[in-house]
Design a protein around this ligand. Structure first.
Ligand code: PMV
Length: 334
């Protein structure tokens, strides 16, 4: 009972920020629908997680390793939130050993939890021989981290918020070839963030702007889906940029307030109109961290990368394109 999976991370165009208040918080049912691009790093960093899990009666306890370290505390608890219901569903009571590797820094605002829990859900479902659809796997990935629900699919993805474990899952809007959009990530800081998104979600509802953000996000999720299917890059970029600002307005005005931007983040935001004036058609988005993702058409990507590398404070750039589906692999880590 062993299986391995490789899953890609994703960047949200319409953000998930805050869980629906009337549900068990451990289910990660979001307060709004969200939309993302599953991403594949074009240089040596592919922004993916490779995970192997094995269930065996020889193991005396459950153990999980990430990048060579044994996981404990809240990290281990989150892994069990995905594995325990699947193990129960399969009627298995053996213990497991899990090994996982990220090819990029963990918890630095590059969405490591999205690829991590997507890889875990795919590997576990396969190790337990469960005959699940991608949508069903998406529900279990969500239990580890909401955004992981979207990373099961490649290309452009819509997470329908639903109102229960069974109705909250992601589906694909279109595959990577159907909408011509890439991105360049401008890395300004690689350390761990002070408040992880898992914790930050708990504060969203305390912001007076939360209700507005939820209502606008629901509208924008529909609009952006249409723009993606119409191959309308400008509309997609504009909506994504607006939606990111709504999320950060909520973060900054919650109790406690969350300021994820660094001075370099603001420098990038303020450089954007100038880059556009110079003919670089690009739009930014920022997750729960200081790094900035710039969306662009594929043909603009390398010029945009050069321009971003000239901006003070940018330490590294990662060009990305839409990824294919996350998938099972025969390459095992244990
Ligand atoms: O999946 P989580 O709990 O790490 O939350 C993700 C939150 C954001 O990255 C800020 C937005 C999103 O929709 O991915």
């Amino acid at each position: 009972m062993k299986a391995s999976a490789i899953a890609h991370s994703n960047i949200a165009l319409i953000k998930y920020w805050g869980r629906a208040q009337d549900h068990d918080p451990t289910l990660n049912i979001p307060s709004n629908d969200s939309v993302s691009m599953t991403k594949y790093g074009l240089d040596d960093i592919h922004l993916q997680t490779h995970t192997t899990i094995e269930f065996s009666n020889y193991y005396e306890e459950d153990t999980a390793h990430l990048d060579g370290e044994v996981l404990s505390g809240r990290h281990r608890d989150r892994i069990l939130r995905v594995i325990d219901p699947l193990r129960k569903y399969a009627g298995v009571d053996s213990k497991f050993k899990m090994m996982s590797k990220n090819d990029f820094p963990t918890e630095a605002g590059l969405a490591s939890s999205s690829s991590g829990f997507a890889a875990l859900a795919i590997a576990t479902v396969n190790a337990l021989n469960l005959d699940f659809t991608k949508e069903e796997i998406s529900k279990y990935a969500r239990l580890g981290s909401g955004s992981a629900a979207r990373s099961i699919h490649g290309g452009f993805v819509y997470w329908n918020k639903g109102d229960s474990h069974d109705t909250s899952f992601a589906h694909q809007i279109c595959d990577p070839e159907e909408f011509d959009m890439n991105a360049v990530i401008a890395i300004v800081h690689e350390g761990k963030k002070e408040v992880t998104s898992d914790v930050g979600h708990n504060f969203a509802h305390t912001s007076p702007f939360d209700e507005v953000r939820i209502r606008k996000s629901e509208e924008q999720a529909q609009e952006i889906k249409k723009a993606i299917l119409d191959d309308d890059f400008t509309t997609v970029g504009k909506i994504a940029e607006e939606n990111c600002k709504y999320m950060h307005a909520v973060m900054m005005t919650s109790t406690p307030p969350l300021f994820y931007w660094s001075p370099e983040t603001l420098r990038l935001i303020r450089s954007t109109p100038e880059m556009r004036q110079e003919g670089l058609d690009c739009y930014f988005t920022i997750d729960a961290g200081p790094n900035v993702h710039y969306f662009c058409r594929p043909e603009t990507m390398y010029d945009l990368q050069k321009a971003l590398e000239k901006i003070e404070g940018v330490r590294k750039t990662i060009p990305v394109k839409p990824a294919n589906d996350s998938h099972v692999t025969e390459r095992h880590l244990l």
